[in-house]
Design a protein around this ligand. Sequence first.
Ligand code: LP5
Ligand code: MN
Length: 242
Amino acid sequence: MSAPTLLLSDLHLPAAPSPLRETFRSFLRGPARESKAVYILGDLFEHWIGDDLGLVDYADEAQELRALHNGGVALYFMRGNRDFLVGKAFSAATGVTLLPDPVQIRLAGVATLLSHGDLYCTADVAYQRWRRFAHNRRVQQIFLRLPAKLRRRIAGAARGRSESDKQSKPVSIMDVDPGAIDAAFRRYDVDRIIHGHTHRPDLHQLEVDARIVERLVLADWHPGRCEYLRCDEDRIERVCLR
Ligand code: LP5
Ligand code: MN
């Protein structure tokens, strides 16, 4: 039997030392080493405000990823809404291939669409407006040229604002929009979508144009629940690290 493919997202690893970071590194030294490919579907980091700073703050993880890549495991990273500024220097340092969002692959014999997931939260209009601004190339270039201290201050302000805004948003708008998901199934003609972001791990079966399709939501990590998805040729399972 061939080695499995592993998927994970929403670890939100802080820049300070933490048990979550240790768990991720032991994942890279353990199960990941026995796999053929690892897909990280965004929000690996609490936030990423430039490869120059991130590669220093997360030097240990970068080194472990590089060792895994050198050992022959294919590594893929899709940017999330916290780490959309991960760039080419990260890829060069770690050997990780950066993926567009969404991307189609064949996984466990099924035509699958991988996404971070925030794209499909279309009812969260304030977020989508922020997303368009923050994904603007020119805005990103200007931000990345700012001094480190100012970038950290802006990121802190954005995180603070996000946390306070979320308190007053209806929970439903922070989930994916059913219409946006249906449209993605049709547009990409896939039978399964795997995404993270919403922190609502689940498996949904739905009908699109008389086809039964699946939406699999990855779990976010927190102390006590750190899990990844293991995909073999004929089955998919969630595996808990601790
Ligand atoms: O991340 P999370 O889970 O808290 O909530 C998300 C949405 N929020 C975000 C914002 C990020 O957390 C901020 C990350 C900072 C990264 C560093 C980059 C710094 C700027 C770079 C510019 C190129 O993604 C949240 C969703 C929620 O998911 C569920 O889907 O609701 O959306 C919001 O909260 C958006 C707010 O409603 C509006 C925007 C707040 C930002 C205000 C900017 C402040 C100063 C910035 C100056 C450039
Ligand atoms: Mn996210």
